[in-house]
Design a protein around this ligand. Structure first.
Ligand SMILES: Nc1nc2c(ncn2[C@@H]2O[C@H](COP(=O)(O)OP(=O)(O)OP(=O)(O)O)[C@@H](O)[C@H]2O)c(=O)[nH]1
Ligand SMILES: [Mg+2]
Ligand SMILES: [Zn+2]
Length: 346
């Protein structure tokens, strides 16, 4: 029998002891725990102990995102439980932060081999991931379309855009690399981001081994997608979870400068050797970054991206409310990055 205390329907979507503890006090007050599975703007679909429930979004609700663990009162979202991460981007229409997903451990940046690799997107999404308090992961998909050399070159270019970040090459069509990806995601929640048509939903379906998400063909000629996925949605896929998202045209930065430095830790490391502590690596004497570019160990594009993203992050920081939670998330991002670095040294 399933009653309000039976959380097995929630566990299926990643509910566990941590969430039960955070929800306990609210549940005692008679609130129902839930997980937001889908957000359609005016309503959300939530998993609850008694099954799925559509909940209208009303202006007095706290802001929430797919993946959020919530407490439901009389048909409305009363509370959002403290998040472990929150992925946001700058909303191109309002210029402020827009929630993409909550409580994801991994931001999987999906790049299709049928289109040019855009390092700028990888840099932007990994910055957003660190800012969110999640780890970036690059997934190069549609590898069946390229030969071994082409795939290796694509992966190499992805690695240069995201030094130190894991890059997995897969094909949803042949199944190549899927087990590597499953191993990366085991026990975690990943949010799939990337251009429309990159192959996010198809990849989700192949990982699940059944069609659970709708996919669409790309335009012939330029391989552009048709914005098939229209809402963010959380899926349970065996021993991990995936939040599929609609492809976005623009990845506006809504992140702190700390997150930029975490994504560009090659520059941050070099920067610690500059003569001036606040060196902008522009025209200052004794600049270790300029020296690395001169001797060919750092690509000049890397510095250009860092400068551009830092300016954008600074603007976002000035606009954003400096809520303590965001700061805490960034510190968490730095910490996991540090742990990964130590692991990489072993
Ligand atoms: N050859 C090949 N084609 C693929 C692969 N993965 C996806 N595709 C094709 O790429 C097209 C777009 O795939 P989708 O999964 O809908 O792309 P999406 O990233 O979810 O796009 P949006 O929902 O619009 O953001 C479809 O025609 C897929 O069949 C793959 O591994 N190999
Ligand atoms: Mg899709
Ligand atoms: Zn410098």
């Amino acid at each position: 029998m399933s009653g309000p205390d039976d959380t097995s329907k929630l566990e299926q979507f990643g509910w566990g002891p941590r969430w039960a503890a955070l929800a306990a006090e609210g549940v005692e007050r008679g609130l129902t725990p839930g997980i937001i599975l889908r957000h359609d703007g005016s309503a959300v679909l939530a998993a609850t102990p008694t099954g799925r429930q559509h909940i209208p979004v009303v202006p007095s609700n706290p802001a929430f995102a797919v993946g959020d663990r919530i407490l439901i009162g009389t048909g409305t979202v009363d509370e959002v439980l403290h998040r472990s991460s929150l992925l946001q981007r700058r909303d191109p229409s309002t210029g402020t932060g827009q929630f993409i997903a909550a409580n994801a451990d991994v931001v999987a940046i999906v790049c299709g081999l049928d289109r040019p690799l855009r390092p700028g997107r990888i840099e932007r999404f990994s910055t957003l991931a660190w800012d969110a308090g999640a780890s970036p992961l690059v997934v190069c998909t549609k590898c069946d379309l390229g030969g071994d050399d082409e795939t290796a070159d694509f992966v190499l270019r992805a690695e240069s855009a995201a030094p130190g970040i894991t890059v997995v090459a897969v094909s949803a069509q042949t199944g190549a690399g899927l087990d590597d990806l499953r191993a990366e995601l085991a026990g975690k929640t990943a949010v799939f981001v990337g251009e429309s048509g990159a192959g996010k939903s198809t990849l989700l379906n192949s990982l699940y081994d059944h069609d659970i998400a709708r996919t669409g063909s790309t335009r012939t000629g330029d391989s552009k997608g048709r914005h098939t996925t229209t809402a963010r949605q959380l899926f349970a896929v065996g021993d991990f979870w995936v939040i599929d998202t609609p492809g976005v045209r623009e990845v506006g930065l809504w992140a702190g400068t700390d997150a930029v430095d975490t994504a560009f830790d090659d520059i941050a490391d070099l920067g610690s050797e500059c003569r001036f502590g606040d060196c902008t690596h522009d025209t200052e004497p004794g600049c270790a970054v300029a020296a690395a570019i001169a001797n060919g160990t750092l690509a000049p594009e890397r510095l250009n991206s860092w400068q551009r993203l830092r300016r954008e992050a600074l603007a976002a920081e000035l606009r954003a409310d400096p809520v303590a939670a965001r700061r805490a998330n960034r510190q968490f991002g730095r910490m996991i990055r540090e742990v990964q670095r130590i692991k990489g040294q072993r």
